[in-house]
Design a protein around this ligand. Structure first.
Ligand code: NAD
Ligand code: UD1
Length: 340
């Protein structure tokens, strides 16, 4: 029988890509999203990609009555929980809101799952829970520490989910620690919904290429790295989405939880990404060196052995594909903005 998966935050960037992978793998998908950072038109686009649309519920994960209704209406086997707020800068201004939405939302969801007797959960965590890492590549056993309220909210969710599994072995939770998701679906139909000026490197580079900004500010060229600029582990969002399917299969087969990094294991510097973007797209990216961005780490990339061993999953798409797909998506949203 087909399994039915509830995806919270399923009209968002990563959730929509996970919806594609799940539907293409034959699952029924129910999306719950309050559209605070996404657009309902994503549902129609998922239909264009997959041939059928997921069921859509417009609502909030903090709405217990609504969650009970969703679990009563659909034979849900597992939940993928993407719904959350994710801006580090905003989390300093709105710490209480981040706690309420991210931690309160997760608490509400697991309580509803408990009532519905559904205890299989794939959770969107982040490499941000490693804070300033002592060594790279970062193993899943590295110390956990956070440097901002957003990161703290993710760590609190992880703690809550670890606690649940410790007291009740029926809970099976995959804590997936994402590194730096970039790129977009090859169809050009779904990608990251940019509001305002992006803080993250790849969307900013793409916007420089399309002429929305005159140049890229490179935050620091005096780090102890290959060219002095910050090193990160960029992972194609489609690879990341496939990692979720692998994690779900793991929970179904092994019937116990796992905490695992989802990254490529390769570090790429800011200037290397600028160069790869130029190679992949032919676009020049003018840049200027600026001071370091407060809170940034020099180097952050994943140890990937556990993902390969336990999930039989590894990221496959190279940096050039990440750049080409980010560029295609930027062009499609710029066209849409220009024609609005
Ligand atoms: P996104 O903002 O594109 O998607 C999140 C979705 O959740 C949005 O559609 C939003 O409308 C929805 N949402 C937020 N709060 C909600 C609530 N209370 N009820 C219902 N819906 C709600 O973000 P994303 O990049 O797809 O990230 C998904 C998850 O992955 C988040 O939890 C984020 O913290 C985590 N994560 C993201 C990154 C990244 O770089 N994008 C890195 C690590 C972890
Ligand atoms: C940031 C968040 C992190 C979050 C991740 C999501 C901070 C401190 N960290 O991580 O919590 O999980 O996004 O993807 O905000 N850079 C530039 N110029 C720019 C933008 C970035 O030089 O305009 C550099 C940064 O200094 C860094 C690298 O590019 O060295 C990557 O930055 P970014 O894409 O923001 O990701 P993270 O810093 O890893």
């Amino acid at each position: 029988m087909k399994s039915t998966i509830l995806i919270t935050g399923g009209t968002g960037y990563i959730g929509s890509h996970a919806a594609v992978e799940l539907m293409q793998a034959g699952c029924n998908v129910v999306v719950l999203d309050n559209l605070c950072n996404s657009d309902v038109r994503v549902i129609e686009r998922l239909k264009n990609i997959c041939g059928n649309a997921p069921q859509f519920v417009n609502g909030d994960v903090r709405d217990s009555a609504l969650l009970d209704k969703v679990f009563a209406l659909h034979p849900i086997n597992a939940v993928m929980h993407f719904a959350g707020l994710k801006s580090v800068g905003e989390s300093w201004q709105q710490a209480a809101h981040y706690l309420d939405n991210n931690v309160g939302g997760t608490a509400c969801l697991v309580a509803a799952m408990e009532r519905a007797d559904v205890r299989r959960l794939v959770f969107s965590s982040s490499a941000t829970v490693y804070g300033q890492p002592d060594t790279v590549p970062i193993l899943e056993t590295a110390p956990l520490r956070t440097t901002n309220p957003y990161g703290r909210s993710k760590l609190l969710c992880e703690d809550m989910l670890r606690e649940l599994q410790a007291v009740d072995s029926r809970w099976q939770v995959a804590l997936l620690r994402y590194f730096n998701p970039v790129g977009a679906h090859a169809s050009g139909l779904i990608g990251e919904n940019p509001t305002g000026v992006p803080n993250n490197l790849m969307p900013y580079i793409a916007q420089v290429a399309s002429g929305r900004h005159p140049f890229l500010r490179v935050f620091g060229n005096d780090y102890p790295t290959i060219d002095g600029t910050g090193i990160r582990d960029y992972i194609h969002v489609v690879d990341l989405a496939q990692g979720h399917l692998a994690a779900l299969r793991y929970l179904e087969q092994v019937e116990k939880g796992i905490t695992v990094n989802l990254g490529t294991g390769s570090g790429v510097s800011v200037l290397q990404l600028v160069d790869a973007f130029k190679q992949a797209t032919g676009m020049e990216i003018p840049y200027q060196i600026y001071p370091r961005r407060p809170g940034d780490v020099a180097s952050c990339y994943a140890a990937t052995d556990l993902a390969l061993e336990a999930l039989s999953w590894r990221a496959l798409l190279p940096i050039e594909v990440m750049c080409a797909d980010a560029w295609r998506w930027e062009q499609s949203i710029k066209n849409a903005v220009d024609h609005d």
